[in-house]
Write a protein that binds this ligand. Structure first.
Ligand code: ADP
Ligand code: MG
Length: 526
């Protein structure tokens, strides 16, 4: 039987693992490292680099080096988040015909799904080289708060690189699985995941092999990059004050400052001060200018305290949804590189009144959990009987005057389904439109639009007479499916679906076909 790999596709770093003798093991990348930068770069020679090699030349090739694409996956170009990110990115963003965001470089544009597929393809290659065998199946993780578009886009990315996704699983749930498998201890765990771009908090109960996710919450625009940007702004402002020069528009300088800032931030998790040294960062008519500054842990903390504070209301909401208070939490599992920052650890410890678990590798535990999940699917993990995860967003439909009616509440255990009866409001009405949304706002327009489902071919009848049962379903991957049945005939009712975002199945195929052609003549045969 061919191997199934577990993939943590991170904003900044990705990791791949598999299950060996019932235990998860991380697969090293081609450079022998356990994690791979989620970076893709296109060189002037027309070469494509992924991971460490791509990151290494980011400074000299900033416009064609794509990082943090996970923040763009499944997003609209016009969304405030994308517009905000845009100003900070050295590479370009443009709008797709359907309003989605596209990555642009070198007069080309690619979907975030395609960029992600290049990272996944690299991880697949690493695994294949490790096993010396083909790999085609995977379990892939996503942040718990990812909506339907973001999940579907991640799945499409895997498909583009030839990976069949057996299950999409939430990152914190995966971390909980890997942790629970190793300790076998019962109780309620809080998984606090602060990575490069996103924050998730998940509460889960572990009881004799049953993993029951109680609630989840998060912020898709809060992560280590925001901490880096605070240092960048601090350096740029200071440089402007001292020299009158604005580095904010100099992409090359900004890329160097960003790298130095991230490095300084990492160091300050272990030391109390560090020096940022960037010679020849700019120049004016008279001479070259340099940045040379000492950054202390105290200054970093004051620059970023509000970012850490932003996690608190999310934790409180997750507790409230699970009807728990901080003392009810038995274990705290820290995930994500940014949790190495002492201020983050302290905030979480103070909040819950207990220290986090030691001996968890925050960079690897999610991929390990994905590998455990693959084992559960194949019956290779005997200790775990059942995993009950939840949906992080309410699912509902638009009603009159921009209203929103919730059909499936957030934190409902998945898979789940709900059926609602629809009818017509006019005589001889042949179509009924159902606008499906995800989110918590009472206003339809403030939630994420998933798709418009149109029930078509309704037989002419007086208003209110036709009865069509529409079933809304969230499957084990957290993906939304809608189906409809005619109550009278019991037969499947025809629906036309207009998704608000993402690639159509035919577009995924088209991309795969064009990639196949690109590889044509290499002598490789299916
Ligand atoms: P993701 O899963 O989102 O890719 P990771 O879990 O890999 O994220 O975390 C990456 C983030 O963690 C980056 O912002 C990185 O700068 C930060 N990070 C890594 N090591 C440290 C450290 N020692 N101190 C503070 N932040 C760190
Ligand atoms: Mg992560």
């Amino acid at each position: 039987m061919s191997r199934v790999i577990g993939i943590d596709l991170g904003t900044t770093y990705s990791c791949v693992a598999y299950l060996e003798g019932g235990q998860p093991v991380v697969i090293p990348n081609l450079e022998g490292l356990p994690t791979t930068p989620s970076v893709v770069s296109f060189t002037s020679a027309g070469e494509r680099l992924v991971g460490t090699l791509a990151l290494r030349q980011a400074i000299t090739n900033p416009r064609n080096t794509i990082f943090a694409v996970k923040r763009l996956v499944g997003q609209k170009f016009a969304s405030p988040e994308v517009q905000k990110a845009r100003g900070k990115l050295p590479y370009g963003l443009v709008e797709a015909p359907n309003g989605d965001v596209l990555v642009s470089f070198d007069s080309k544009s690619l979907t975030p799904q395609e960029i992600s597929s290049m990272i996944l393809g690299y991880l697949k290659t690493c695994a294949e080289s490790f096993f010396n065998d083909k790999v085609s199946d995977c379990v892939i993780t996503v942040p718990a708060h990812f909506n339907d578009h973001q999940r579907q886009a991640t799945k499409d990315a895997a498909q583009i690189c030839g990976l069949n996704v057996q299950r999409v699983i939430n990152e914190p749930t995966a971390a909980g699985l890997a942790y629970g498998l190793n300790t076998g201890s019962n109780g309620v765990a809080a998984v606090f995941d602060l990575g490069g771009g996103t924050f998730d908090i998940t509460l889960l109960e572990i009881q004799d092999g049953v993993f029951n996710v109680l609630s989840t919450n998060g912020d898709s625009y809060l992560g280590g990059e925001d901490f880096d940007n605070r240092i960048v702004d601090w350096l740029v402002d200071d440089f402007h004050r001292e020299t009158g020069l604005d580095l904010g528009t100099d992409k090359l300088a900004l890329q160097r400052i960003k790298e130095a800032s991230e490095k300084a931030k990492r160091e300050l998790s272990f030391t109390t001060e560090t020096e940022i040294n960037l010679p020849f960062i700019s120049s004016d008519k008279s001479d070259s200018k340099h940045i040379r500054k000492t950054l202390t842990r105290g200054t970093l903390e004051s620059l970023t305290a509000d970012l850490v504070d932003k996690t608190v209301p999310r934790i409180e909401q997750a507790l409230a949804d699970a009807q728990l208070t901080p003392p009810a939490i038995d274990r705290i599992i820290l995930v994500g590189g940014q949790t190495r920052m002492p201020m983050v650890k302290k905030k979480v410890s103070d909040f819950f009144g207990r220290p986090p678990e030691e001996q968890i590798n925050p960079d690897e535990i999610v991929a390990m959990g994905a590998a455990v999940q693959s084992g559960i699917l194949h019956g290779d993990v005997r200790e775990l009987v059942l995993l009950l995860d939840v949906t992080s967003h309410s699912l509902g439909i638009e009603t009159e005057n921009d209203g929103y009616e919730v059909v499936i509440e957030r934190n409902a255990t998945i898979p789940t389904r709900k059926t609602k009866a629809f009818t017509t409001v006019e005589n001889n009405q042949r179509r009924v439109k159902i606008h499906v949304l995800q989110g918590e706002s009472p206003l339809a327009s403030l939630n994420v639009s998933l798709a418009v489902f149109e029930l078509v071919g309704i037989e002419p009848a007086p208003a209110g007479v036709p009865q069509i049962d529409v079933t809304f379903e969230i499957n084990a991957d957290g993906l939304v499916q809608v189906s409809a049945a005619d109550v009278e005939t019991g037969s499947q009712h025809k629906i036309e679906i207009r998704p608000s975002s993402g690639l159509m199945a035919s577009e995924v195929k088209e991309i795969m076909r064009s990639l196949g052609e690109g590889h044509g003549g290499s002598g490789e045969d299916g």
